[in-house]
Design a protein. Structure first.
Length: 108
């Protein structure tokens, strides 16, 4: 911020004030997790990963297989609002297709 004021000899003096800049923090990230169950089909999980998480078919199959073998897997990492929205979308689509697919989020 600059301030102009007259000097002693009539010339204009410009004073500069230094402001400290606050560094913006990056928002916290959250992992969206898919949980394996005995009823949801592998094809449906791949469909969810492709349509809701915008994964390629190859990536979706790899994630689905990881979830199938490990019991849980990361579908994506997002800010809280985006992660929460994806969880709600997965649950709604699973209910619509009568699958018990669980989807949760946790801080990354």
């Amino acid at each position: 911020m600059s301030e102009r004021r007259p000097g002693l000899d009539g010339d204009t003096v410009v004073g500069t004030e230094t402001r400290t800049r606050r560094k913006l923090e990056k928002p916290k990230q959250y992992k969206v997790l898919l949980h394996n169950d005995d009823y949801t089909t592998m094809e449906f999980v791949v469909l969810v990963l492709m349509n809701i998480f915008h994964r390629s078919e190859t990536d979706a199959v790899q994630i689905m297989l990881h979830v199938h073998k490990s019991g849980i897997g990361v579908a994506g990492v997002y800010t809280y609002d985006v992660a929460e929205t994806r969880v709600v979308q997965v649950e709604a689509l699973a209910r619509e297709h009568e699958f018990p697919l669980r989807c949760t989020l946790e801080e990354a």
